[in-house]
Ligand binder design. Structure first.
Ligand code: ACO
Length: 399
């Protein structure tokens, strides 16, 4: 339908699609998902191959520029991002000024949004050089702000970036270093986190990416747009499911209680958290990889006792008619919380650990939005359900 011919703003020809389940808001060449087949590709490369062989910054480059970097391009890309890890001291003070119990996502959101005021070039959204420079700044600084948001929560001094360390190792050091001891991550832990970063780097038009694009479509700079994306990810229906999985595993408590719990799910008394997905009607390809990473991390940290409950839940569910007929499989959140907990992260940091790598995808989607000549300001229609043409009643004549 040519919408220009719709007779009224919210006329009968509008499509009512709350949640945009059948509405494509944009064109994109970044991420491909086939939910029925359980396929996820970045720029055409299967995510399992990237998780096996690439680094997070390599994947960020791929998402942004569409091609894998050559060794020289990668070295120069890493150097540029690493030289932008330091955060303006006023942003440090901004994070420091929050209440002691402020959620780290709120601090991260404020820190990123504030960057627009420190880098006025970000307002030059039509200038390719300014766009690239600010993407590099954001990718460099987001781990620093995330680590400081965490350190503020636990009342510890902020750790400044270390130029000697790679992206993930430096992030871990800024999180966990103490004054007494230089922190160097075990390579197995660092690789497992890198894999988690790659798996979370982009996922096409999810809620937060849609928020980034929607804000960007009004002509907004990268920092304002990504700040909005962090706000969307903060929501428990989006970024918070892995925390709910841990709560469920704790509640079940022991393996022998798993069959009872499954029976309760089938009777509609609970949901099996970390199972099912709007898009994947097959095993979420990311969950398969994360399950393998669990082994590497637990070799270092010791096995998270909740793992055996998770494995038993999965075993029973995958053979049960209820889950099979509804095509419910483990999703990305089923195992990731177990790893984060084993690394001693408090639950409120789980969503921050999602936001840091997703920044790569948000930047790529923001850039694609800005450079698509056909992309318009996002302004959906509505189906109006209220009154019409009432006559104003002065205050003294009401009631
Ligand atoms: N446990 C038990 N039953 C389930 C579950 C579950 N986790 N998920 C779906 N179902 C059932 C529903 O009850 C429904 O059954 P019915 O047909 O008998 O009514 C059927 O499967 C279809 O479910 P919907 O809710 O319609 O599927 P939808 O695509 O809307 O929901 C969602 C997807 C929200 C992810 C859902 O599967 C869910 O709540 N899962 C648990 C929460 C979770 O793990 N979320 C993380 C998703 S990944 C991410 O966001 C990064």
């Amino acid at each position: 339908t040519d919408l220009k011919q719709v007779p009224t703003q919210s006329g009968p020809l509008a499509t009512y699609d709350p949640g945009f389940m059948n509405t494509a808001s944009c064109r994109s060449a970044i991420t491909y998902i086939d939910g029925d087949a359980g396929i996820l590709e970045y720029r055409g490369y299967p995510v399992d191959q990237l998780a096996a062989g690439a680094s997070h910054l390599e994947v960020a480059y791929l998402l942004l520029y569409g091609e894998l970097p050559t060794p020289d391009q990668l070295a120069s890309w890493e150097k540029q991002i690493n030289t932008h890890r330091l955060v303006h001291e006023n942003v440090r003070e901004l994070i420091d000024a929050f209440r002691y119990d402020a959620h780290p996502m709120a601090k991260l959101m404020a820190g990123v949004a504030s960057m627009q005021t420190f880098y006025p070039s970000s307002r030059r959204i039509d200038d390719p050089e300014a766009r690239e420079m600010n993407i590099i700044r954001l990718l460099g600084k987001i781990p620093t702000m995330a680590a400081w948001a965490y350190r503020h929560s636990i009342g510890r001094h902020f750790v400044y970036p270390n130029d000697e360390l790679g992206y993930v190792d430096n992030f871990l050091a800024m999180l966990f270093q103490s004054q007494q001891r230089v922190y160097r991550a075990d390579p197995r832990v660092s690789r497992a986190l890198e894999v988690l970063f790659i798996l979370h780097a982009d996922h096409e038009q999810n809620c937060s990416t849609n928020a980034v694009r929607s804000v960007a479509s009004a002509g907004n700079d990268l920092f304002t747009s990504v700040g909005a994306g962090i706000g969307a990810l903060f929501g428990p229906l989006h970024g918070g499911a892995n925390e709910a999985v841990l709560g469920m595993l704790r509640e079940i408590g022991t393996i022998d209680r798993v069959p009872d719990f499954i029976a309760g799910v089938k009777e509609g008394r609970a949901r099996l958290m970390g199972f099912g997905h709007r898009v994947y009607k097959n095993y979420d390809p990311r969950a398969k990889i994360i399950k393998r990473s669990c082994d590497d991390v637990f070799e270092v940290t010791g096995v998270n006792p909740l793992l055996s409950i998770a494995l038993e839940l999965e075993k029973i569910a995958l053979e049960d008619e209820y889950f099979v007929s509804r095509r419910l499989y483990p999703n990305v959140d089923f195992y990731s919380g177990l790893i984060y907990e084993a690394l001693r992260f408090p639950p409120e940091m789980f969503t921050v650990l999602f936001a840091v790598p997703r920044t790569a995808g948000w930047c790529a989607q923001w850039l694609e939005n800005m450079t698509d000549p056909d992309q318009k300001i996002m302004r959906p229609k509505q189906i109006y359900t209220g009154y019409r043409e009432r006559t104003f009643v002065p205050q003294d004549q009401r009631g």
